[in-house]
Design a protein. Structure first.
Length: 251
């Protein structure tokens, strides 16, 4: 049975991962969070500062992160110290954060994905094909999330943008106002925050008297939790390096 540590155990995703783990052949043996709570659903909660000690003491096989970059980096560096693989689900990294994750992956297996739904993985492949085939169509990207989300645009929207930029030179414009004629290579990127929307992403490609819309809607956070736990089990016995969720799906 895979022994998992859960970073962000007190959060929205933490709660869903605990529920999803209950039906699987794995055990959440410790959680990390900065709040002053002793346990969540019977799982002991430890401050990220004490992560290295807790990972070793509780014989953890793999860490799953749904927190914030600051906390994830601290725990990822503890993973590197004690040799525990980590699945990184938190979003909102800057260049320095990405470089620190790369350094961690020299010592342990690290899998980072901005979205653990299988549908988004397929959407990404479809986006690449559509952008290649319709190479002169205008592109616009929209994402919608719950009102508690702190990073914008979403990690997934940024990943979709990266895929597009691998195929075509585009200049992202984050919202428009006033006199704002569309530049030839622009891609408008828009973020909505409302209610408890689980996560919606849409790319439109428009030209030649038609509009192609590629979209995805997560209906429950369980889709992300399930994907992350699949990734955790898959990653737990891998050698050091960077891995992708696409590899888990294709395995
Ligand atoms: N890759 C994917 O498929 C998905 C990614 N996400 C990402 O997961 C992250 C969490 O989302 P969500 O659960 O909605 O967010 P919440 O705000 O509900 O939860 C955040 C969690 O992080 C913890 N936390 C906050 N600050 C720190 C810190 N400095 N060190 C350690 N832990 C900390 C919080 O606990 P406390 O305050 O007690 O420390 C809490 O448990 C976000 O980045 C989101 O974008 C979300 C869904 C899917
Ligand atoms: O914060 C969320 O909720 C989500 N975050 C991820 C992101 O930033 O793309 C994935 C998903 O859309 C839900």
């Amino acid at each position: 049975m895979t022994r998992v540590a859960l970073l962000g155990i007190t959060g929205r995703m933490g709660e869903t991962v605990l529920e999803t783990a209950a039906d699987r052949d794995l055990e959440i043996v410790v959680g990390f969070a900065t709040s002053d709570v002793e346990s969540v659903e019977g799982v002991p909660v430890v401050h990220p500062e004490d992560a290295a000690e807790a990972l070793a003491e509780r014989d953890v096989d793999v860490v799953v992160d749904f927190a914030v970059p600051e906390g994830a980096l601290a725990v990822a560096e503890a993973c590197a110290e004690v040799g525990v693989p980590i699945v990184v689900g938190s979003t909102g990294y800057d260049e320095d954060g990405i470089a620190r994750l790369d350094a961690v992956s020299e010592d342990v297996a690290l899998l980072k994905a901005t979205n653990f739904s299988r549908g988004i993985q397929v959407l990404q492949r479809t986006v690449r094909e559509a952008v290649r085939a319709l190479d002169d169509y205008d592109l616009e990207l929209l994402e919608s999330h719950h009102n508690g989300k702190v990073d914008a645009p979403s990690g997934t929207a940024n990943s979709i943008l990266e895929t597009i930029q691998e195929e075509r030179e585009v200049e992202p414009i984050y919202g428009r106002e006033g006199h704002a004629p569309r530049g030839e290579n622009e891609i408008g990127v828009f973020a909505r925050r409302a209610g408890d929307i689980r996560g919606e992403h849409e790319l439109i490609l428009a030209g030649n008297d038609e509009v192609l819309s590629l979209s995805h809607r997560a209906e429950d956070r369980a889709v992300f939790a399930a994907g992350a736990l699949d990734a955790a089990v898959w990653l737990s016995d891998r050698t050091p390096g960077r891995y992708t969720f696409g590899e888990v799906i294709d395995a």
